[in-house]
Design a protein around this ligand. Structure first.
Ligand code: SAH
Length: 229
């Protein structure tokens, strides 16, 4: 089985590469892809660069070019739910694109014809994450993640995303990775550790907690990998 582990930024995959130790590096379509075998699982690891377009390219490349059969995303997000504090983990049950808007034609936010507002994540990977969470003694929230090409640092926008999509957290890649995996029938899992509250202090909080939160998410994902071996 070949498993993809993806992040958006270097900080999100650095702890994973460190844990794996040795890997080969391949340049493809403007990104570096790292390949290794870990616990009998063949891995392809990459960070996409930020946003929906780059993450679409990377997810599709990992599946179509590198042959990944499952995909795990590890990274950081802004909290919408007041239950979520910096360092807390959220696993997506489903994802939407909060900036996709052809509502002028009477469609709901996040919808285009032949698409869907929400893309659901894989039930088996979700179930596995529950086992890992209990073994690690961690509380991991399950919820809806909304994705868009915006760093949200605005209470009003954050609340709108929360009420429009019922979202608990927001970020910039999960929804597009979900579309790719869904279309290609690849089971996928999106995990995020909170780096900020998507409010007026978000950029400061993000800078302060990117590394520590990315590490929390990466550690959890590596436990999932160990279970998949
Ligand atoms: N500081 C970076 C930009 C980070 S963009 C730079 O200057 O290069 C934010 C990244 O973290 C995205 O990959 C996104 O998925 C996630 N993220 C964390 N908090 C977010 C928020 N409040 N809004 C949107 N994305 C957020």
């Amino acid at each position: 089985m070949k498993l993809a582990i993806m992040g958006a930024m270097p900080e999100e995959i650095a702890p994973i590469l460190e844990k794996i130790g040795t890997y080969t590096t391949t340049e493809f379509a403007g990104n570096r892809y790292y390949e290794a075998t870990y616990n009998n699982v063949d891995l392809v690891i990459a960070y996409s660069k930020i946003g929906k377009v780059f993450s679409t390219l990377t997810a599709a490349t990992m599946i179509e070019h590198f042959g990944a059969q499952k995909l795990l995303f590890s990274g950081v997000a802004g909290a919408i739910s007041s239950e979520l504090k910096v360092g807390d983990l959220i696993v997506a049950t489903k994802l939407s694109q909060h900036d996709l808007d052809i509502t002028a034609f009477g469609h709901p936010f996040g919808y285009v014809p032949e698409g869907k507002v929400f893309v659901e994540t894989d039930a088996q990977l979700l179930a596995l994450s529950k086992i890992v969470a209990s073994e690690m003694g961690l509380h991991v929230k399950e919820g809806i993640i909304a994705t868009g090409d915006q760093f949200v640092a605005n209470e009003e926008r954050k609340n709108w995303i929360g009420s429009t999509f019922g979202a608990d957290a927001l970020e910039m890649e999960g929804g597009s990775v979900a579309v790719v995996c869904d279309a290609l029938h690849v089971p996928f899992f999106i995990l995020r550790a909170i780096s900020d509250a998507a409010d007026m202090d978000a950029s400061f909080s993000f800078d302060a907690f990117l590394e520590s939160s990315a590490k929390i998410s990466a550690e959890f994902v590596m436990k999932m990998v160990e279970k998949l071996g």
